[in-house]
Structure formats: structure tokens, C-alpha cells
Design a protein around this ligand. Structure first.
Ligand SMILES: [Zn+2]
Length: 323
């Protein structure tokens, strides 16, 4: 028998192994090819979907806008604005556009605000008395006046301090969107008694009234802030809540050197006269040296103003009425 590799069992074995190896290689190659084709197809499909979503946003629903910014909404007129249960108008969604749900009012320029919660801020004193004399406030020979004259070369009075604090209250309130009506912006050469002052609150259409004062007492050791309200009004509970919120806020802000209490005084025109919730804050005792020194600093005035605004924000959160 002629020797032939075909008859060699070792060759046969080698051939079978080679055959198997080749088969495995082919399968691996096919698998890689299949995987590559699948991957490319997947990428193509994803690309198509993204392009379609860009061109036809409605096709894929409007939720989850991601970072896409919606075009500005047109101004809202009359019938398209509705009142929500909280009294704040809300928008009727424009078809095709989704409005992001937000707890904070949308004050974008496209929504014209016609009114916001309005606070009447009365800077105590500063009007002429009936005799034509300027009402500078109480205790014109106070520590506050003495120290300001000695250290700053200018005598300052309660009416100066109340205006400084009131103007800071105004600025902070306005930065939060409130509308502020001031009783005065300087000394006013006009007679206006406290009752007429309260009538101004009612005529102004304000929602809330705040009167800023500084206290005085013959005993110069008495110091600290006090908040007054009227409990003979039909809404006495509301006024009390407002006064307590102011007292609490003053203490939280550290604007008084001792605990601030609330007091009832039904004779004060600026707490019994306004028909809206009203308090009168005696921010400090200008007859006490340390209170007076604090009151002469911008830092303390800002601290006090911020505290009062915090209380207003808690009790009467700003609301907007849109056109
Ligand atoms: Zn006063």
C-alpha cells in the first residue's frame, strides 16, 4: 500500500482539528460582523429619532423638556387669565406649549403685573403739628440726639431714625416684589395728625399697614423693641398674629438685646385706624444709650428692617395680579 497522508491517522486527526478551527474562526468572524452591523443600525435609528424629535416635538409628548427653552409666552389679556383658589391669577396654557409648574409666581416680562401685595410703610412723625412746628418725634433730648450731635456733628431725632428704617423696609420689600406706599420720604411741611395718617392707609388701598417708631422713657435703663397692636378691632386676632410674627422675627434676627413682646394699645391711631392688619413697632428706646448707639449704625437699621420684612413675608406672602 502506498503511503498516503490520507491513510495516516495522525494526519486525519490534524485535518479534523484544522477543520474545526476553521469553523470556529468563521463563526467568530460572523459574530463580529453581526455585532458591528447591529451597532451601526442602532446608531442610525437613534440619530433618526433625535432628528425627528427636533423637527416634530409634538410626536414625542411635551413632558420632560430638558434644557429646551420655550419661546416667550404672549402677553395674557383678560379672558385668558384665571383666578386660582389662592387669588393669584394663573395662565391658561397656550395649546402646544407646556408651562413649567412652579410655586413661585412667573414674573417674566411677558406677564404684565398690574398689582402686587401692597404695604403702607409709615415712618413715624416728620409732619408739622397743628401749631406749625415740625414733629421730630419723642425725646428730642434723648441719648440718640446727644450721641449723634457729639459723634457725627448733627443732631438726629426719632423722625430721622424712623425714616431711615422705613426706607430700608421699603427697599427690601420692593426687592421681593411688594408694592410699597410710604407716608413720607423726608420732613413734610404739612399738618397731618395721626388720625389723618391712618386715613391715608385706607385711601391708599394697601393690604397691610406698618408704622415705624422709636420709644422713649424717663428711665434711661429701659431698652429693647416692642410691637403694638389693637385688640378692639373685629380682626384683632389677625393683628395679634401679625404683631407676634414681627416680635418673633426681631428676636430671630437678633435686632433687639432682649426678648421682644407684643402690647395692646387701642388708642394709637396707626393701629386702630387702618382697616387692614396694622402694627406699630417701637424699634428701640432712643433714651437708652446702648439702644441709641446701635440705632445710629446702618447695620442695626438693616437688621431691624430685614426682621420686619421677614415677618411680613411670612404673614402676607407677595401675590401678583396680572393684566
Ligand atoms: Zn414715635
Amino acid at each position: 500500500m502506498n503511503f498516503s497522508p490520507l491513510n495516516d491517522p495522525e494526519f486525519q486527526k490534524y485535518r479534523e482539528e484544522a477543520h474545526l478551527k476553521a469553523g470556529r474562526k468563521r463563526r467568530v468572524k460572523s459574530l463580529i460582523l453581526l455585532f458591528t452591523v447591529a451597532l451601526i443600525s442602532l446608531c442610525l435609528v437613534a440619530l433618526l429619532v433625535m432628528t425627528a424629535a427636533e423637527a416634530f416635538p409634538g410626536l414625542f409628548g411635551s413632558h420632560g423638556n430638558g434644557n429646551r427653552t420655550l419661546p416667550p409666552l404672549p402677553p395674557i389679556h383678560g379672558s385668558t387669565a384665571q383666578k386660582s383658589s389662592s387669588g393669584t391669577p394663573m395662565l391658561t396654557p397656550t395649546p402646544g406649549l407646556s408651562i413649567p409648574a412652579s410655586s413661585t409666581p412667573d414674573t417674566s416680562p411677558s406677564r404684565e403685573i398690574v398689582r402686587s401685595t401692597t404695604i403702607f410703610v409709615d415712618a413715624g412723625h416728620g409732619f408739622q403739628s397743628l401749631s406749625g412746628v415740625m414733629d421730630l418725634g419723642a425725646g428730642t433730648d434723648s441719648e440718640y440726639t446727644r450721641i449723634s450731635q457729639e459723634e457725627y456733628g448733627k443732631a438726629l431725632y426719632e423722625a430721622d431714625l424712623t425714616l431711615a428704617i422705613a426706607q430700608k423696609v421699603r427697599d427690601i420689600l420692593e426687592s421681593k416684589g411688594y408694592t410699597v406706599i410710604m407716608s413720607r420720604e423726608g420732613y413734610v411741611n404739612e399738618y397731618l395728625n395721626p388720625t389723618q395718617r391712618a386715613q391715608r392707609v385706607n385711601a391708599s388701598g394697601a393690604d397691610v399697614s406698618l408704622s415705624v417708631h422709636a420709644n422713649f422713657f424717663s428711665d434711661t435703663s429701659v431698652y429693647g423693641a416692642r410691637v403694638y397692636y389693637c385688640d378692639s378691632r373685629s380682626d384683632a386676632a389677625e393683628c395679634r398674629k401679625y404683631a407676634e410674627a414681627v416680635a418673633k422675627a426681631i428676636d430671630s434676627a437678633g435686632a433687639s438685646r432682649k426678648q421682644t413682646n407684643t402690647y395692646v394699645d387701642n388708642s394709637l391711631a396707626m393701629v386702630n385706624g387702618p382697616r387692614v392688619p396694622a402694627v406699630l413697632v417701637e424699634t428701640c428706646f432712643i433714651t437708652n444709650e446702648q439702644d441709641a448707639r446701635n440705632a445710629l449704625t446702618e447695620e442695626w437699621q438693616t437688621q431691624m428692617a430685614t426682621a420686619i420684612v421677614n415677618a411680613i413675608c411670612t404673614q402676607y406672602p407677595v401675590q401678583f395680579t396680572f393684566k
